[in-house]
Design a protein around this ligand. Structure first.
Ligand code: IMP
Ligand code: MG
Length: 173
């Protein structure tokens, strides 16, 4: 990344270390079980694709896309499905895979929707956790990296749909 406004916050190597650690934990916790992963589009896809390749348990993968209403980068708490899940949830061990938790509104919405379909278990795995910004209490079960309150880009995270492809995570001045 040669853009002088972009500052590297987490390198590709650091991210991959955390992804492998999370996969090890998930493999251990779900040993002998089958997992249904619900990945949140679009930001979660890069994390998902690295994470699942380190999973040794049997997995199915489904996708949802959420729309949250608010100004710019601020979520106002009104969340709805742009794309819902296709898989049966009832009786399944379900793991949400998401790029980042910020206000918590998105994860609260998705968790409630999934819970209403009676999964056997429901957990959430997020690469990044911006705890200081929480508006509703939401504790992810698996966290890659706890981050400060700065806007991050790359490794799935976007600014106006750009920068998702960067292998590292950056801030932009
Ligand atoms: P929440 O509902 O406020 O927790 O919003 C979570 C969503 O906001 C994430 O899935 C991201 O799509 C987006 N988001 C939150 N923080 C950042 C950031 O630092 N960079 C890029 N997207 C972010
Ligand atoms: Mg997201």
């Amino acid at each position: 990344m040669s853009d002088p406004e972009m500052k590297l916050i987490y390198s590709e190597e650091e991210i991959h270390r955390q992804v492998e650690r999370l996969a090890e934990e998930i493999n251990k916790d779900y040993e002998g079980q089958e997992l249904l992963i619900i990945c949140v589009l679009k930001g979660g896809v890069i994390f998902l694709s690295d994470l699942v390749r380190h999973l040794t348990i049997p997995v199915r993968i489904d996708f949802v896309q959420l729309a949250s209403y608010g100004e710019g980068t601020e979520s106002q708490g009104v969340v709805e499905f742009r794309k819902g899940f296709d898989s049966p949830i009832n009786g399944k061990d379900v793991l949400i895979v998401e790029d980042i938790v910020d206000s918590g509104y998105s994860m609260e919405f998705l968790s409630q929707k999934l819970m209403s379909h009676n999964p056997k278990s429901l957990k959430a795995c997020v690469l990044l956790d911006k705890k200081a910004r929480r508006k509703v209490p939401f504790e992810p079960d698996y966290v890659g990296i706890s981050v400060e309150d700065i806007f991050l880009l790359g490794y799935g995270l976007d600014l106006n749909e750009m920068y998702r492809n960067l292998p590292g995570i950056y801030s932009k001045d």
